[in-house]
Design a protein around this ligand. Structure first.
Ligand code: AHR
Length: 349
């Protein structure tokens, strides 16, 4: 009995010491976290990879994840946040569909003393303290990388010496991903007076939407006869557009209309290897490690940065067909898997 008590005392001391080292109370150190993850839905290949990475990482870290599929509806996401507040979860991770309209429900979370953070897309709120932190990429920068690729690639082709007309496939209206990519792309493009967007269509970040949007553009833009480039806010819309373009006999990629899109889904590497796509800007889907670490830090009362910015880069098809073919054949390691973003950054071409 005495030795059992002794053991209990020692383990309590060890727990207290460990907790003091990592800055949490013994109770918090022992407690498995319950986190609500309110996602947008399943609009794209990138979203599938992101959702998988968030769930897999939660399981790995012993987090009890309460998942809400937002079904592309803000009201479903708001209901998901309210349900999480009622369940008294430890933290809420929101991947918002749109940028605005969150003030009231975020205030409810704050009043309930439940930290709420955004991942991937972010929000605009009147009181910045409603969002504990943001983990995600710089969409504005992605747009700038896409525009600078088109500026360089079109300058290399004598066919476009007189100027480069661009058609744009836009993502979900009001989403920070679409708004900021368009803004960054537009501001970068303004540095190159010979390049301009001549028409835009919304494809809602889906393959089907991209196909329909491109069908409309082919009609309205004279079979894209004078179009030099397609700029798509994500790969899925461009993959859908490719179906419409092929049906109309319009060549893209190597020897055809230049293309650039964002994400880096597996099929986009296949399209680059096949000579159908010219380039893409990488959006890492593995945000779970950073998101859950931030949640733990906030719960432990630590100061966290307002924005943990994920890295990005441009992949260009020209000269890399073999590499992308191999990467695709291997199942795009590091992109779909639950590996940390660091690992993904080093394994993604
Ligand atoms: O918010 C990120 C964007 O959402 C991705 O680029 C797109 O594929 C997804 O639907």
């Amino acid at each position: 009995m005495r030795s059992l008590k002794h053991l209990a005392l020692v383990s309590t001391l060890v727990m207290s010491f460990a907790a003091s080292v990592i800055g949490t109370s013994p109770a918090a150190a022992q407690k498995a976290l319950t986190i609500a993850f309110v996602n947008t839905g399943s609009e794209s290949g990138w979203r599938a990879a992101f959702s998988d990475a968030m769930k897999t990482e939660a399981t790995k870290e012993g987090i009890d994840l309460k998942y809400t599929d937002g079904q592309q509806k803000q009201e479903v996401q708001i209901a998901g946040i309210r349900a999480a507040i009622a369940q008294k979860v430890d933290a809420i991770v929101l991947a918002p569909i749109v940028d605005t309209g969150w003030d009231a429900v975020l205030k409810e979370a704050k009043d309930a003393k439940i930290p709420l953070m955004t991942v991937d897309r972010d929000v605009t709120v009147s009181d910045p303290s409603l969002v504990a932190t943001h983990v995600g990429a710089d969409f504005d920068h992605e747009g700038r990388l896409a525009a600078s690729f088109l500026a360089m690639a079109s300058a290399e082709d004598p066919k476009w010496a007189g100027g480069c007309s661009i058609v744009e496939l836009q993502g979900t209206t009001g989403s920070s991903a679409a708004v900021d990519r368009a803004k960054g792309f537009g501001e970068e493009l303004a540095l190159f007076p010979l390049l301009k967007i001549v028409a835009s269509q919304n494809g809602d970040f889906t393959r089907d939407g991209g196909q329909k949007a491109m069908e409309a553009l082919i009609k309205s833009q004279n079979n894209l006869k004078d179009v030099c480039a397609i700029w798509s806010h994500n790969d899925d819309m461009l993959l859908g557009a490719l179906v419409a373009l092929k049906a109309a006999g319009i060549k893209t990629g190597a020897g055809g209309i230049l293309t650039v899109s964002v994400d880096g889904v597996c099929d986009a590497y296949k399209a680059m290897a096949d000579g159908d796509f010219s380039a893409n800007v990488v959006l890492l889907p593995s945000l779970g490690v950073q998101a859950y670490q931030a949640a733990r830090d906030i719960i432990a009362g630590k100061t966290v940065p307002a924005w943990t910015k994920m890295p990005t880069s441009t992949n260009v098809a020209a000269g890399n067909a073999d590499l992308y073919q191999k990467y695709f054949a291997a199942g795009c390691p590091g992109y779909y898997g639950p590996a940390s973003a660091q690992a993904a950054a080093t394994t993604t071409p």
